[in-house]
Design a protein around this ligand. Sequence first.
Ligand code: GUN
Length: 279
Amino acid sequence: MALLIDGKEISKQIKDELKQKAAELKSKGVEVTLAVIQVGDDPASSVYVRNKKKGCEYVGIGSLSYELPGETTQEELLGLIRELNGRRDVNGILVQLPLPEHIDEDTVIRTIDPAKDVDGFHPQSVGALCIGQPGFVSCTPAGIIQLLKRSGVEIEGKECVILGRSNIVGKPMALLMLRENATVTIAHSRTKNLKEVTGRADILIAAVGKPKMVTRDYVKKGAVVIDVGINRDENNKLCGDVDFADVEPVCSAITPVPGGVGPMTIAMLLNNCIESAGL
Ligand code: GUN
């Protein structure tokens, strides 16, 4: 039986550590505050935003909530971000994505002060990660490193294959695994002989957004499999990019969906908020 990597449990450990850090900061007179901005009322975004605010409450971080109508102009949004950039009582700024079509995501991300970029999406944060300098790291890949380390999975010298090349997960994930001294391959939709490539992985990370795409013929026996996908299957049931029932018997460790990578994203966001306040 494969080890089930429990993201709920590990994220709770991290949140409890952060709670202590937040209390320490408070005792020194430092309050940590995250500003969360949502534009429009996309139901999935509303759930994520609610969970982020709940996470703040649990850890003892203040949250300011800006729920703006879908018709908000780009200039209005940029104006709010600039105001929050200038506020000394705000440590972190998070603009929930996706944004309505009339707003340019890239311009919005670039307007956030990199010192408050707790999502780690600003080009300066991404650049810093790339050349090994300090800066905020995108929360989902940072959470995966914690999942591996806290489950006792050795990374150094291992073959790591990442399936997917998004700016939020695939690319920063590759940089983080490289920083941990793994040998890293990024595979994607144009990769030739995909199963042969993924079949070399000691650690396989699936982040493609295709329900149950990764079956056991993609996986080396004894590999560690991390599933970043959150999809709906043919019965509208939540599922990952990995066909769990098919892969679990051949791998040595695996994350479930839900309860694997998902809860780690918020834990790392809260970690970035505490970091932004200087601990
Ligand atoms: N939308 C989906 N995931 C994320 C995330 O991690 N951060 C933000 N800001 N928006 C998202």
